[in-house]
Design a protein. Structure first.
Lengths: 234, 459
């Protein structure tokens, strides 16, 4: 299932398995997964609830380490590269639960992420870039200076997306990014993901139940019983 | 440095929690600072008390070492050894003395009307003194020099005496005149020049407390001169008592240690007394409030630290998701801890600053009130002292003579609280220590986890 290109894939999972140890039994959620993710591609990962989609995303985004197997970025094992460095410079994640910093405004959440990752816009200030992104994904300017807890779920989700987009990373992971958005806004987000992949040569990996999103992705992967398979698009 | 900005956002945004932490820290700061200030003020007052009593150490016979037996002899110490002790760096001035029975010759007569011949017919006490200006009665002002000059170390081997005004009058003696003295066994006789005439206000009839003679008949002479009258003396000069005035009262301990090294076994039979009883009497109330303040300080600090630890612990647990988010963005763990620590440091600094504004006044009032009560109680105890009846040791009446209060040593009833940078540094160190420890332990426990576990645990 790997792409045959001269350069190493931007992200490769090799023999990745993951097991959760409970008090009485161990549950294996991912079994020996091999897959290579390429730049310039929008991936969607589908699968029933509890199939391990979020776990797969966590391992691929460097939030956790697999029980066995390796995850590598551009040919380098994340264990060698350092998970913190990988998350800081190469990967960004949009969480299903938004995971915003609740003591900050929408704008501060975005600029804070840019400061942590050391992202410097090619033109203008971090604040200008953050405002531009927030407006682009449909957040009213007045909302940007409000504490995020004063925003609705959909608005918080947009802030979380803007925060991830603001960091100039190679791979963008998203866990149900359009779940709380109306159809028009969701389409705007899908368009942004496609633009990132196709015009900025990023790798975008989205875990979703949305058929609308899957239909517009370049590759659809399905996770079932711990195995990852690619669907052939019609 | 974005963690600094985050710390600022966090403190400002969580005003309620910040204020609760500040209030807790403020209580700890005020209590700890109050304790530190009271301890400082009492230490200063104690120091002043020592100075007022005088930086004086007396070398005198230790009656408890004399033992029983028929041969009860007062101990003597070689004056060369005393000179060595007097040359120690802690010593400002020193003197020593010895005494023997002397008799007036050449027609001179003792003053009548006093105790009947306690030193035998015609006998009185000849006190050999290195420096008469250092005698306690001269230093206290009880004795007054009417004419002439004190005996000093330069007169040591000369034949000079100080005589009391009434003896001088009876024998028509003035400064520069001579008086003939002979020793106890009347084998050696010498003429002594009257170096000075002094006044002892005690009546003739009131016997000297130590020797039982009339105060008018006491003679103070040079050590070398009076020793020469004794036919028994065939070795070096010896003293029966010495007084050392130190540069500073704080040097008493060091001086005593040094003297023990210098004198060695020559000190057998002697004790070094530093007016400890007077100091104890004066500083008793101070010690009492200092102990109370220290105990209260540590109890409040511990209780406050426990509450603060609980608050910070809860705050850190509530912030675990924030840690997970920041770690997910690749923030360094060290910066997360730095942010948390900075938030505590800012609150601590604010609390310390506020406490330094009003803690001194508060401490002055509270400390003074406490000390006032203690001092009144101590003074009452002193005032109610009653000497045992005449002829009684007091033990039969349940009175311990050792408990007799020292005169002119009233319990200290005032302290002055002052805040100095060292106090603030102590408070800062304690406050920051508590705050950082309270932060580091729970934060360390959370940060051992990976971001995914932090973000998903409990979901």
């Amino acid at each position: 299932m790997t792409s045959a290109t001269a350069a190493p894939p931007v992200l490769r999972l090799a023999g990745v398995s993951h097991t959760y140890s409970g008090q009485r039994r161990r549950t294996t959620v991912l079994k020996d997964i091999d897959y290579a993710f390429e730049r310039g591609t929008l991936y969607t990962i589908l699968g029933p609830s509890g199939s391990g989609k979020t776990t797969l995303l966590s391992l691929a985004s460097g939030l956790d380490t697999p029980t066995s197997g390796t995850v590598s970025f551009e040919g380098q094992d994340l264990a060698e590269l350092g998970l913190g460095r990988y998350r800081n410079q190469h990967a960004a994640t949009i969480f299903q639960q938004y995971n915003l910093l609740t003591y900050m405004t929408a704008l501060q959440n975005v600029t804070c992420a840019m400061e942590i990752t050391g992202t410097k816009p090619t033109t203008g200030s971090r604040k200008a870039r953050a405002l531009h992104l927030l407006e682009k994904i449909g957040l009213d300017r007045a909302m940007t200076t409000r504490n995020v807890l004063q925003l609705s779920g959909g608005q918080q989700q947009r802030v979380a997306i803007a925060r991830a987009l603001a960091c100039d990373v190679d791979i963008l992971f998203a866990d149900e990014p359009t779940g709380n958005l109306d159809e028009d806004t969701a389409q705007g987000i899908i368009d942004t993901f496609r633009e990132l992949a196709h015009e900025q040569d990023k790798c975008v990996v989205v875990v979703t139940h949305s058929q609308q999103l899957a239909a517009q992705s370049d590759r659809i992967l399905t996770l079932r019983k711990g195995k990852l398979t690619e669907q052939v698009k019609a | 440095m974005n963690f600094v900005k985050r710390a600022g956002f966090s403190l400002w945004s969580r005003k309620g929690r910040t204020l609760i932490t500040l209030a807790t820290f403020l209580v700890i700061s005020v209590m700890v600072l109050a304790g530190v200030l009271i301890n400082d003020a009492t230490a200063q007052a104690e120091q002043d008390a020592k100075r007022s009593v005088g930086a004086e150490v007396n070398l005198e016979a230790d009656l408890s070492q004399l033992g029983g037996g028929s041969e009860l002899r007062a101990p003597r110490i070689d004056t060369a050894t005393v000179d060595k002790a007097g040359a120690l760096p802690q010593v400002r001035k020193y003197t020593y003395s010895m005494w023997d029975r002397v008799l007036l010759k050449g027609g001179a007569e003792l003053v009548d009307g006093g105790p009947k011949d306690p030193m035998g017919p015609g006998g009185t006490v000849g006190m050999g003194v290195l420096d008469t200006s250092l005698l306690p009665d001269f230093r206290s002002g009880k004795f007054t020099l009417l004419s002439g000059e004190h005996l000093t170390a330069a007169d040591k081997d000369k034949k000079r005496v100080l005589i009391e005004e009434r003896l001088a009058k009876k024998n028509k003696l003035n400064v520069g005149d001579t008086i003939t003295l002979t020793g106890n066994d009347e084998k050696a006789t010498a003429d002594f020049t009257v170096a000075a005439v002094y006044r002892d206000p005690s009546p003739v009839t009131e016997p000297d407390g130590e020797y039982g003679i009339s105060p008018a008949n006491m003679l103070y002479g040079t050590v070398g001169g009076l020793s020469a009258l004794s036919s028994e003396r065939n070795g070096p000069l010896e003293a029966g008592r010495a007084t050392f005035l130190l540069q500073d009262a704080d040097m008493q301990g060091a001086f005593k240690d040094e003297v023990k090294k210098v004198a060695g076994s020559a000190l057998d039979g002697f004790k070094l007394d530093a007016n400890d009883k007077a100091i104890r009497q004066m500083t008793g109330p101070l010690k009492s409030i200092s102990t109370t303040a220290t105990l209260a300080m540590w109890l409040m600090a511990l209780a406050g630290a426990a509450v603060l630890t609980l608050l910070v612990n809860l705050a850190v647990k509530q912030r675990r998701k924030e840690y997970g988010v920041l770690l997910a963005m690749g923030e360094k763990k060290s910066k997360l801890i730095a942010q948390q620590a900075l938030e505590i440091v800012v609150v601590a600094a604010l609390a310390i600053g506020l406490s330094s504004l009003f803690a001194p006044q508060l401490t002055q009032s509270a400390g003074q009130a406490l000390l006032g009560k203690e001092a009144t109680s101590a003074q009452h105890k002193i005032d109610s002292w009653q000497d045992p009846p005449s002829g009684s040791t007091g033990l039969g009446e349940g009175i311990d003579p050792n408990d007799k209060p020292v005169e002119d040593a009233d319990p200290i009833d005032k302290i002055t609280v002052r805040l100095d940078p060292a106090d603030l540094a102590t408070l800062g160190a304690i406050g920051l220590g508590i705050g950082l420890l309270a932060t580091a332990i729970p934060a360390g426990a959370v940060l051992r986890l990976n971001p995914r576990t932090i973000l998903t645990k409990g979901k």
